[in-house]
Structures are given as C-alpha cells and as structure tokens.
Design a protein around this ligand. Structure first.
Ligand SMILES: Cc1cc2nc3c(=O)[nH]c(=O)nc-3n(C[C@H](O)[C@H](O)[C@H](O)COP(=O)(O)O)c2cc1C
Length: 378
C-alpha cells in the first residue's frame, strides 16, 4: 500500500531506520509534553469557510523574504539528514527544488554545503547557523557558505543548552558514533539501511558525521581544546547578532522566537524574518506552542516577516499557521520520513501529498490564494 499521509511515511520510516535514529528524529525532550501540546494546539484551531465563491483556481504562491515562490513551504534544517539516506541532504535539496521550495542546510548536516550545492545546482539553499564557541571557526564556515550561492542565513537561537533527550542515552545514539552492543545490534537488525547508508558512505566518504566540522571530528580523535571550540555557544547576545548582521550581506532569519518582545527587537536589530518555533518540541518541554505564540507576535506591531514551524503533519496544519499570520511554514520531520520511506522520490511524494492536501483544504475553505486565509480563524 503506498503511503497516503505523513503518518504512513512515518510508519515506513520506523520500520526502515534503526531505533536509535528513528527516535532521534521522532521524539521530543524530557516528558515530551511539548510534542503533545503542539499537536493539541494545532487540532484546536478551526478554519472558517466562505461559500459560493465559484470554483476559482487555487494559487499557493507566497511572497517570502522578498521573492514570490510557488508555495509557502520551506524545508527546515535538520541535523544528520544524511544518516536517513545516503547523501540525504542532497536528495532533500533536489526534492525541494522541484517545487521551488528552499532547503535549509544545517550546521550539523552530514554533507557539507559544497557537496549539496554540487548535487543540487538549482536548489535555493539557506544555511542554518549554530555559533561555535570558537568564533574564528564560525567565521570560516560562513565564508564557505557565502561562496555557495546562499544568501539566507538562519541563526538558531533556541538551542543554547543541550536538551535532555533520555532516549538518546538509552539507545546509545550520539555523534561521533561509538559502537556499543546495543547500537550495533540495532544497526544489524536494519541491514538495508546499514548497507545503503553506512556501507555506501564508508565505501566512498568515510563514516557519516557532521560534514562542516573539522576532519578530526569524524575519528573522535580531537584534542580537548578543539572539542571545546566546537561546542555550541550558550552565551550568545544581541551584540553577537549585530556582528553577524554587519558581516553577512544577505538576509538573516532568527529561528526559535516565541516572545513578542523578541520579535520586535529582532526587527529593530535588522532581522529580515523570525521563525516562530518550538524546535519541533525537541529542546525545552514547557514552551508556549507555535500556534499560541504566533497570534501574539503578529499582534505586537512592527515585527519582521514571520515564518513558523513545529508539528506540521497535514496540509491543513500549514494553512492554520498561515491563517495565524505566518508568511511561510517550515517542515522538519515530515520530509525526513519521506526520505526514509522512499529516498529522494519519497521526499518528492511527501511534499506533493502535502501540497495536494493544502489545495483540497483551500477548496473547502473557498480560498483562492493565501491572502484569503486571513480572518479565517474564528
Ligand atoms: C532530526 C532533527 C534534527 C534537527 N536539527 C536541527 C538543526 O540542526 N538546527 C535547527 O535549527 N533545527 C533543527 N531541528 C528543528 C527543525 O528545524 C524544526 O524546527 C522542527 O523539526 C519543526 O518541527 P517538525 O519536525 O514537527 O516539523 C531538527 C529537527 C529534527 C526533527
């Protein structure tokens, strides 16, 4: 039976991926309240239809960061997508670019941006930055990014601490990978993944790891000073943001904003957009949800363009965030499940399926374009 919805793709992903990797993608943090709250707050939103508008053609195009795009979707940065499929980031970038959807490369991607650019020359690549403690290393990374026809930088500001994901510890899942009886058995029970992803990688490029990190990182043979230098900086400030703003010629997006005052400040400091996001419920378990925060931020006044993510599983979820004031919506886990279920074609099928769900929902709502979605949340 072909997958018909996001949950079907997820179910296939669950069978194909080792438990440690599946849980890493799928689960939340601590007691996983944020996951449930996110779903509940999306489910609580109702969209009001308009009747007898005639069968107008449905136009999903959206103006995002100064450019009109065929859809309001963006593929969110996800670390280690290259563990889901061999050359997974390149495949996601190509799948997204078939629909004119930007793909955001994570600082913690398996493939470095240069390889993704080579494999997907036409893709619109955004780059998500985690700032390392060693700022010189971060500056080097940004120079590489700027050289790859990438003008949109997404600074993630909600990951200042290491989240308490207990299942990763129980599954012995971590980077760099260290073999233990538990995770080796887990991998051996998924031979198709083991050969198709890890086997292929070892045969061509070595063990999968964080592609933007120095080569010693792969072997786990780094000096303690280098380990320290590559830890994410927990102490970022608006001064750091300003320095980044001054040094980056393209657009800057702040990802992980939930407070109206932070969105106002972001605009005042020169951010082009903010992503209203709970990081998919993966970081802190007690946050307001995106659906709760979006209207408050929208109502705050002079805020930058609003993007939104977390919890999107249906086309109607996308429309809900748009109706609450987002200009575009990011997909995190969903494309990874498409990739796990059917490689690049699976990611394409997943996106196509979501777009079709969006079109059908728009039809029921009597909305011909995305602007029609405003004032639809009673
Ligand atoms: C496996 C995985 C890895 C992620 N890695 C990153 C990352 O490296 N940087 C980042 O800013 N966000 C990261 N995120 C968060 C996503 O960008 C996005 O905010 C979140 O997944 C959206 O929720 P959703 O998965 O329910 O769509 C990651 C999410 C997942 C599922």
């Amino acid at each position: 039976m072909p997958p018909r919805n996001t949950d079907d793709f997820r179910a296939i992903a669950r069978r194909r991926l080792p438990r440690g990797l599946f849980d890493y993608i799928d689960r939340g943090t601590e007691d996983e309240r944020a996951l449930g709250n996110t779903r509940a707050s999306l489910d609580a939103i109702r969209l009001e239809p308009r009747i007898l508008g005639g069968g107008r053609a449905i136009d999903l195009s959206a103006s995002v960061l100064g450019r009109v795009r065929p859809t309001p979707l963006i593929v969110a940065p996800t670390a280690l997508a290259g563990m889901v499929a061999d050359r997974g980031e390149s495949k996601l970038a190509r799948a997204a670019s078939r629909f004119g959807i930007p793909f955001t490369v994570s600082t913690q991607s398996v493939e470095p941006i240069e390889d993704i650019r080579r494999a997907a020359p036409d893709a619109e690549l955004w780059f998500q930055l985690y700032v390392w403690r060693d700022r010189e290393l971060t500056r080097d990374l940004l120079r590489r990014v700027a050289g790859q026809d990438c003008d949109t930088l997404v600074l993630t500001v909600d990951t200042q601490m290491v989240p308490k994901r207990e299942y990763n510890l129980r599954n012995h899942f971590g980077v760099p990978f260290r073999p233990t009886p538990r995770n080796v058995v887990d991998m051996l029970c998924h031979p198709r993944w083991l050969l198709g992803v890890i086997g292929k990688s070892i045969a061509t490029r070595g063990m999968p790891s964080y592609g933007h990190y120095p080569p010693e990182f792969r072997s786990g043979m780094m000096k303690p000073q280098t380990v320290e230098a590559l830890k994410l900086d927990p102490g970022l400030t608006w001064d750091d943001f300003r320095a980044l703003r001054d040094g980056w010629r393209g657009r800057i997006v702040l990802k992980g904003v939930l407070a109206p005052e932070d969105a106002l400040r972001a605009r005042a400091e020169g951010a082009d957009a903010v992503v209203v996001s709970t990081h998919g419920g993966r970081n802190f378990d007690c946050l307001p949800t995106t659906a709760e925060a979006l209207p408050r931020i929208r109502a705050a006044g002079e805020v930058p363009e609003l993007l939104a993510d977390s919890g999107v599983r249906r086309g109607s979820d996308v429309l809900k965030y748009l109706a609450l004031g987002a200009q575009a919506v990011q997909l995190g886990r969903a494309p990874l499940w498409g990739l796990a279920a059917g490689d690049e074609g699976g990611a394409v099928a997943l996106i196509e399926m979501l777009l079709e769900e969006m079109r059908v929902s728009m039809g029921f709502l009597g909305a011909a374009n995305l602007a029609d979605l405003s004032r639809r949340v009673p």
